[in-house]
Design a protein around this ligand. Structure first.
Ligand code: IPE
Ligand code: IPE
Ligand code: MG
Ligand code: MG
Ligand code: MG
Length: 337
C-alpha cells in the first residue's frame, strides 16, 4: 500500500490527492479487526475527528496488555480487566497521541506510553474509591471494583496494574533502551510519593481543612497533574524536542493538569451522578479541600479559564501543529463528565 501520510520530525507531508479523514472509515475497520499501524490521517482536520480512533486504539492496546481473565488467578485478572476496560474517557492516552501529532511522532511509537499511563490511572481510581479513601460505590457508571468484587480483590487488582504498566514500558520492542529508561523514570516519578500517590496522601490529610488556593493547586498538580504531565512529557521524550519546546510542553501540561482537577471538582458539585458516572456530592460528604468547596464554583470556573488560557500561551511556539493539544485543553475545561 502506498503510504498516504508520512511523518518526519516536526513536518507533515500529506499527499493531497490521497487524504483520508478519520474517523468512521478507520473506526469501522478497527471495529472488526485489531488495530494496524494506521497513520493515514488528514492532520489538518479538527482533532475531534480522530478522538474515536485514538480512544479505540488506546482501549485495544490495554486489552492486549492485560492478562486474559481465563488465566489463573482468574478472579484477580477479571477484576483488573474490569478496572481498566469499564469505560473511561482515555484523556491521558489522548494527550499522548495529541502531543505526538504536534511533534510528528508516529502513533505506533506512542502506544506503550499511552497504555502504561492509563494503567497507572486505572490503578489510582481503584484505590481512590476504596472505603479507606473516598469510599465511593460508582465509577464510570458501574459499581466500583471493590463493590463488584470485594475489597481485597480491588486492592490486589490495583497492586497488579501498577507493575503491569512498567512491564509494558520495559517490553516495548522498537524504542531504544535509553529512551525506555527515561520513560520508566518519568512514569515512576509521576506515580509515586512525589507524584500521584503523594498528592492522594495530601488530599486525604486535608479533609476538613481550609487550604490556601496555592496549596490546593499544589495538591492537584500531584494527585492529578502528575499523570497528565507524564502523558505529554512522554510524547516529548519520544519526539526529541528542543529545550524550549520541552519547557513549553511541561508548562502547558502543568496548567492543564490543575485545570483538569478543578473541573472534576466543579462536576462533583454541579454534575448529576447519571452523567458523571460517579456519585455527585462525594467531595462535600467527605469534607474534601477542593477549589470550588473553599472558594465557590464561580471562582473555580474563573481559575479554570485562567489556567486554560495560560496553558495555550505556552504552546504558541508550535503554531498550528499544536491544534490537537488546544482542542484537548478546551475539552478538559468544558467537558460535561
Ligand atoms: C478521574 O479522572 C480522576 C481524576 C484524576 C480527577 P478521569 O475523569 O480522567 O476519569 P476516567 O478515566 O474518564 O473515568
Ligand atoms: C482523584 O481525585 C484522583 C486520583 C488521583 C485518582 P478525585 O477523588 O476527585 O477523583 P474522582 O472524582 O473520585 O474521580
Ligand atoms: Mg480522591
Ligand atoms: Mg474520588
Ligand atoms: Mg472528584
Amino acid at each position: 500500500m502506498v503510504p498516504v501520510f508520512c511523518l518526519t520530525k516536526g513536518t507533515r507531508i500529506i499527499a493531497q490527492s490521497q487524504r483520508r479523514t478519520c474517523p468512521q472509515a478507520t473506526k469501522s475497520v478497527y471495529a472488526t479487526s485489531h488495530i494496524s499501524n494506521v497513520t493515514e490521517f488528514d492532520l489538518s482536520a479538527p482533532f475531534n475527528e480522530r478522538i474515536d480512533y485514538y480512544t479505540d486504539r488506546a482501549t485495544d492496546q490495554l486489552h492486549k496488555a492485560l492478562p486474559p481473565s481465563s488465566q489463573v488467578p482468574e478472579r484477580l485478572h477479571e477484576a483488573m480487566r474490569y478496572a481498566v476496560l469499564n469505560g473511561g474517557k482515555r484523556v491521558r492516552p489522548l494527550l499522548v497521541y495529541a502531543t505526538g501529532e504536534c511533534l510528528g511522532v508516529p502513533e505506533s511509537r506512542l502506544d506503550t506510553a499511552a497504555t502504561a499511563i492509563e494503567l497507572i490511572h486505572a490503578f489510582s481510581l481503584v484505590h481512590d474509591d476504596l472505603p479507606a479513601m473516598d469510599d465511593d460505590d460508582l465509577r464510570r457508571g458501574k459499581p466500583t471494583v471493590h463493590k463488584q468484587y470485594d475489597e481485597a480483590t480491588a486492592i490486589l487488582a490495583a497492586d497488579a496494574l501498577q507493575p503491569l504498566a512498567f512491564s509494558v514500558l520495559a517490553n516495548t520492542a522498537d524504542i531504544s533502551p535509553d529512551t525506555k529508561l527515561r520513560l520508566i523514570r518519568l512514569v515512576a516519578a509521576a506515580s509515586g510519593s512525589i507524584g500521584m500517590t503523594g498528592g492522594q496522601s495530601i488530599d486525604l490529610a486535608a479533609e476538613g481543612c481550609r487550604l490556601s488556593a496555592s496549596t490546593i493547586e499544589h495538591m492537584y498538580s500531584l494527585k492529578t497533574g502528575a499523570l497528565i504531565e507524564a502523558s505529554i512529557v512522554s510524547a516529548a521524550i519520544l519526539g526529541e524536542v528542543s529545550a524550549d519546546q520541552d519547557k513549553a510542553l511541561a508548562l502547558f501540561a502543568h496548567r492543564i493538569g490543575i485545570a483538569f482537577q478543578i473541573k472534576d471538582d466543579i462536576l462533583d458539585v454541579e454534575g448529576e451522578t447519571e452523567i458523571i458516572g460517579k456519585p455527585a456530592g462525594s467531595d462535600e460528604r467527605l469534607g474534601k479541600a477542593t477549589f470550588p468547596g473553599l472558594f465557590g464554583v464561580a471562582a473555580a470556573r474563573a481559575r479554570c479559564t485562567e489556567l486554560f488560557e495560560d496553558a495555550l500561551q505556552h504552546i504558541e511556539i508550535f503554531g498550528s501543529d499544536a491544534e490537537p493539544l488546544r482542542w484537548l485543553a478546551r475539552y478538559i475545561v468544558e467537558r460535561g463528565h
